[in-house]
Design a binder for this molecule. Sequence first.
Ligand code: ASP
Length: 366
Amino acid sequence: MQIIKSLHRCLTLGLCAAFVAGAAAQGVAEGAQASTKLPNVVILATGGTIAGTGATSTTTVGYTAAKVGVERLIEAVPELKKVANVRGEQVFQVASENMTNDLWLKLGRRVNELLAQGDVDGIVITHGTDTLEETAYFLDLVVKSSKPVVLVGAMRPSTAISADGPVNLYNAATLAASKAAVGKGVLVALNDQISAGRDVTKMNTSTADTFRTPDLGFLGYMQDNRAHFYRAPTRKHTLETEFDLAKIDSLPRVDIVYGYANASRVPVDALVGAGAKGIIHAGVGDGSVHKDVMPGLTDARKKGVIIVRSARVGSGIIARNGEANDDELDFVVSDTLNPQKARILLMLALTRTSGTKDIQRMFSTY
Ligand code: ASP
């Protein structure tokens, strides 16, 4: 009976491939109960394409994100019961392009509450892929536990032919349940790969292999129902950071200004006028700033706004005192952080200090 119900669910969700494979392996959903031997993993759902629905099975773009609730996501992958005792919570339900600082604070607090419980061994967060890398880095900096936290999404909606959500969710739960993931910081699991939350970025608008870590590479594979790690993050994270959500009510305004030919200071002045406490400059090349933008940044700095030079190129270290005299200008450089991740670190840094030396130390540490 249970199998018939599950089959019906998979038909309505378009997740039949995962269902058939799982049911064939054994009578998966039948009589499954919480096992005391399996780790306890909480799945926190936040929306995105993994919870998206399209008009037809061939709708892989132009669908609606954030439609399917966490219980249905879990029910659609009965194999989860073989790797962990899973339970779900819907923290919020958004397309991740609509992510906000306040939602991050809410999610971070819930993750810390759960991980402080003795009966929670790991957390999976289902998330839209557009800002997944940002949420991953935010959590990497504020989660106070060495237990695994794994972000997962999908590039195809749940109703699509060859939806990637079910296998990604299965792999993420397997990773979150594994001892190998303990102490590795916040991880991202998609497309059979394990990546570091700090370093991974979305690089293709629509293909399933969109999450990549340019130059540095991903950390390992999800294969044969287990995690295979070949590298580990070296930057400080989670328990080793100085950021404490218990002391943060809100995050300060930090914005990003993009560099390009013929740029002007107009966006910088507008953001300073809007009350930005920090500006990330997504410069060209090694974080270079257009000569017509530079006076805007130096004036902003004189008003107390923290300026971080990052780059739009997608990989590499910004050389301090390279393309600009950062010591003289009292600017900060973003190390290897891309602009959207530099924004997160600067917001958190500003909750502790407005000293540029200290902020530069943080960019060299996390
Ligand atoms: N726009 C969607 C989101 O980020 C895309 C996705 O999840 O893949 O919520």
